[in-house]
Design a protein around this ligand. Sequence first.
Ligand SMILES: [Zn+2]
Length: 66
Amino acid sequence: MSQELHCPICKKIVTTANADFPFCSDRCRILDLGKWASGDYKITSPIHDPDLLEDLEREQNRMREN
Ligand SMILES: [Zn+2]
């Protein structure tokens, strides 16, 4: 069974059977590398841990008070 994903570049359906998975083609794989290299992707780390979020909020409040 092969898994299907959307190519992160062109959103075409790609299966795990594809040699360039998770990209649909060599072209998209290279484009993606280029994006990383040019800093086009921002590092985003969504916070899922509520404790961590709470700590962060507390820290931000503390900074505001000072
Ligand atoms: Zn693609």
